[in-house]
Design a binder for this molecule. Sequence first.
Ligand SMILES: [Fe+2]
Length: 358
Amino acid sequence: MRQVNTDRVFVKQSYPVSEKDIIPVLDFGPFLAGDPGALARLGQEVCQALEDIGFFFIKNHGVPQELVDRVFAENARFHALPPARKLSVKVDGKGIGYMPPGLQHPKYKQDEPARKPDIGEAFFIGREAQSRSRDAGAPDPLYQGGNQWPEDLPGFRETLVEYFDAMEALSLRLLPVYATALGLPVHFFDDAFLHSRPMGILRLSHYPETPCEENQFNASPHIDGDFITFLAQSEVPGLELRTSEKKWIQAPALAGTFLVNAGEILRLWSNGRFRATFHRAINRSGRDRYAIPFFYSPSPDTLIACVETCCDADHPPQYRPVTVREYTEWFSHKVFVHLKDKPGRSPYYAGDRPDSAA
Ligand SMILES: [Fe+2]
């Protein structure tokens, strides 16, 4: 096993963890400062991490810790409200607002064993109508606007919008890194994000201290359905991920960093070369746990087809091309009770995985 160094994080497990299942810590400082050679180096590191474990930490990412701390505080403040106040902004048909307990009940395959709904509640926002200067034309509820805000909670909205904007700015800065990681021109992803209507979701999760029962979770084992996910580090751990050897390991909590992982959209784009790793959340701490993941995806009309650097005669495309909209709708339908059985969805909405037939 490779010697663990300061740039890799190892949590003691009850069995050996292979070298490629150690989560690397990548320093984004030199890249964000524009140092020569930093982009190429970082692209290589991201490539390695996503081919191996599918997760990496980033440090020196430029998002102020005091802002992250304020979002965690607002998360706890919101979920401490009486149920009636939270339900005044109950989650709508687009998945925005407060999701009470019981509505997250993933079932990805018909033959999966029956499982109780996940334990927890959450509050979701998308891009605010007045947010940043990303005017991409006519209003689109998937793109911006439509957030639901509780009344009489001063500072809540402002803090969340500030964080959303900071995370979107960071996401956009990373596009050249992802393009470089795939051996593509640095502006490869610009059309899908910068020049269109990318989708961002900020989720404020609350996992109560209540222990999970047998075969029950705070977040059932899943892979993310987006392009990239950022998880700000909480002092209460609870995330677990599945290694290449199909063993579950705890993700360490590393203060001041983001834990970053690839979702299905990046996996499909890379023809399966970049891993979208199974993970789950179980709060074993005996106290409340809060999480503030930020999910980022390309414009809904983006067609995800294997990029040319990830397929050749020996590696033909494994999946048929699919739009982000098709995939996202399928994914939402499988996870959230309130997003099931909506009319007007794409033809793939209720069927098999939209990427299943290459
Ligand atoms: Fe996830």
